[in-house]
Design a protein around this ligand. Structure first.
Ligand code: ADE
Ligand code: ZN
Length: 325
């Protein structure tokens, strides 16, 4: 699957830490890890996982480390034959950078730029709110993005845990409206730790151009019809859903039923290093489990490119390569 031209649209910078890097940086900072290195990525569920992100991201406290992480993400894309990625990053997890969003964006941009100059794939940034933030904090972030107009930023995102946060669509509606008015695209984590109601709110209240996960939409036939009718794409991450306990096995995962119902689906890794996923592996898993033919595989890859927030030039190039695959 490495040769398949494709994009990735659901990938967190927070999920790209290698265990050895965390161990090395923790030692340098005098931070004690919660578990031995070999068990570091054993998570009991989404809440445990999100807590770990604070620890890992807290260690990326210098420009040099943030540049290295960003460059490493681009290298990971190239290793999987991924032509472009929308990368989510959530400022709340990066404690050393609080109050310095501009400097943080510049550091990531430097890593991605260096990668592009070395022939690695290009990247757009989706700056993310955490579900547990307040309406005022959300507006503050959007206003900062509107003021800086950083060329690397393509979208506003929201992620985090909808179980602890509750139904927060109304809380973020204003921020998402402002982002849309400023020309930012909108992508929303929903239907992972929330049921169909989270996906309804993403569509009706947050104006989502794309849903991250969205898999639990399968529990509501009217919602599945709406997603299919409006062609709102889902950025689905099968291995993540298994590791974080959304579904007990790949055979119970709804990606194929959603696809068969006419919903536009792509496959993605979410947090590849932490959850033990690779994009090539996700395609292989779906082909093996659901009997995806080359034609189905091509249509899913086409969705990944069309659903991305890449420039028109990048999309055209990748779609042409996909035709020839
Ligand atoms: N942040 C990183 N990965 C996430 C996930 N799977 N769900 C919610 N927030 C996240
Ligand atoms: Zn995610």
């Amino acid at each position: 699957m490495t040769s398949l031209p494709k994009a990735e649209v659901h990938l967190h910078l927070e999920g790209c830490f290698e265990a050895a890097t965390i161990a090395q940086w923790a030692k340098a900072e005098g931070v004690t890890l919660p578990r031995p290195q070999e068990d570091l990525f054993k998570f009991s569920g989404l809440a445990d996982f999100l807590g770990f992100l604070d620890l890992a991201c807290g260690l990326a406290c210098t420009t040099e480390r943030l540049v290295a992480l960003s460059y490493g993400l681009s290298q990971r894309l190239a290793d999987n034959g991924t032509g472009y990625a929308d990368v989510i990053f959530n400022p709340t997890h990066w404690h050393a950078w609080h109050g310095r969003l501009g400097a943080m964006l510049d550091a990531m941009d430097a890593g991605f730029k260096a990668a592009e100059q070395d022939g690695l794939p290009s990247v757009g940034l989706c700056v993310s709110l955490l579900r547990t933030q307040s309406a005022d904090e959300a507006i503050e972030l959007v206003d900062a993005l509107r003021a800086s107009r950083h060329p690397r930023v393509v979208a506003l995102s929201v992620d985090g845990n909808e179980v602890t946060a509750g139904r927060t669509g109304p809380r973020f509606a204003d921020a998402f409206r402002r982002a849309g008015d400023a020309g930012l695209r909108r992508t929303v984590h929903a239907g992972e730790s929330s049921g169909p109601e989270g996906v309804w709110d993403a569509v009706n209240l947050l104006g989502a151009d794309r849903i991250d996960h969205g898999v639990r939409a399968i529990e509501d036939a009217a919602l599945v019809s709406l997603l299919a009718e409006r062609q709102i794409p889902l950025g689905i991450c099968p291995t993540s859903n298994l590791v974080l306990g959304v579904y007990p096995s790949i055979h119970e995962h709804p990606i194929e039923n959603l696809r068969a119902a006419g919903v536009r689906v792509s496959v993605n890794t979410d947090d590849p290093a932490l959850l033990g996923a690779s994009l090539v592996g996700e395609y292989a898993l779906c082909r093996q489990t659901f009997g995806w033919t080359d034609e189905v595989t091509r249509s899913v890859a086409r969705t990944s490119i069309e659903a991305s927030f890449a420039s028109a030039d990048v999309k055209t190039r990748l779609l042409q390569a996909l035709k020839a695959w």
